[in-house]
Ligand binder design. Structure first.
Ligand code: NAP
Length: 279
């Protein structure tokens, strides 16, 4: 078994982004908007800010109280849409229950939609001409590239069908010519599907959902899940036992997580270049 080292690969990507910004004297700015004070979101925002600062990206954050109305949030987004000094906008999810996430996200200008979550950018992804690929799927592709994993003709299962992770991951892998099965909570024969898969991508949020008896020898396992168990962070895969069978596997932490942040930096620069008409 070989570990797919997201920490290492993400360092290389972050350095590349930093160099591109420095060499070209780019001045990209990311605006993160957060509503409420979800502790996990606060941790994510702080690591995004740190990574931006290191790469030479200005990171601004607007914190709004939990009881902000949807209209007030949309006003903030529209102001940022029209602000020429802001090139990328990220609305930290989840939003409070009184908001319609899709409606809020769709007010972000597609060329500033750094997470690729607006209907326009998701539609482009389906059509295969996306300029902004959501950060986690993009990070997973970068891992495949870094380890020379060719997806052509491989049987792959993507478990989880969220718009943030599962669906876009299946689409980008399909574009790389994998044969994709999408599984979700209503899937009946997950074990058989997994046993038939050369690649398993699990994005569910349930510790030990994928156990060794579900994985064929030599499979590649990408664990997207982030679960807090007591004081530790674990993925969705029973790492200890599955790693004995898999040919390659991402650890949690240190696998997909750091790649998501590295992809965010790449996407900020992408947004900047789109707006500045830089090819
Ligand atoms: N590493 C990273 O950078 C990163 C980034 C984003 C998210 N994450 C993590 O990835 C996980 C998924 O995130 P998300 O935003 O996609 O979550 P989500 O929106 O809650 O989606 C979870 C998906 O898992 C499916 N599911 C639930 N129970 C299942 C089961 N027993 N068997 C098969 N499928 C099942 C659900 O199916 P239904 O559609 O049928 O309900 C749903 O499609 C979370 O742990 C999250 O923290 C990690």
């Amino acid at each position: 078994m070989y570990i797919i080292d997201g920490k290492e690969v993400s360092k290389t990507i972050k350095n590349k982004v930093k160099e591109e910004i420095m060499v070209n004297n780019y001045k990209p700015c990311l605006l993160v908007i957060m509503v409420g004070n979800n502790p996990a979101s606060l941790v994510y925002i702080s690591s995004k800010e740190k990574a931006c600062n290191k790469a030479g990206i200005e990171a601004r954050t607007i914190m709004l109280p939990e009881n902000t109305s949807q209209k007030e949030l949309i006003d903030v987004i529209e102001k940022a849409n029209n602000d020429k000094t802001v090139h990328a906008i990220l609305v930290q999810l989840p939003l409070p229950n009184h908001m319609d996430t899709k409606e809020v996200i769709d007010t972000i200008k597609p060329e500033k939609d750094v997470d690729g979550l607006t209907s326009t950018n998701q539609g482009k992804l389906v059509l295969g001409n996306a300029s902004i690929i959501p950060c986690t799927p993009k990070g997973i592709l970068s891992l495949f590239d870094a380890y020379n994993i060719d997806l052509t003709g491989k049987n792959a299962v993507v478990i989880g069908r969220s718009s943030l992770v599962g669906k876009p991951t299946a689409l980008v892998m399909l574009q790389r010519n994998a044969t994709i099965t999408m599984a979700h909570s209503k899937t009946k024969n997950l074990k058989e599907i997994c046993l038939n898969s050369d690649i398993i991508v699990c994005a569910v949020g349930k510790p030990k959902l994928i156990t060794a008896d579900m994985v064929k020898e030599g499979a590649i396992v990408i664990d997207v899940g982030i679960n807090r168990v007591y004081d530790t962070i674990v993925g969705d895969v029973d790492y200890y036992n599955v790693s004995k069978l898999a040919s390659r596997i991402t650890p949690v932490p240190g696998g997909v997580g750091p790649m998501t942040i590295a992809s965010l930096l790449e996407n900020v620069v992408e947004c900047y270049k789109i707006q500045k008409n830089i090819k």
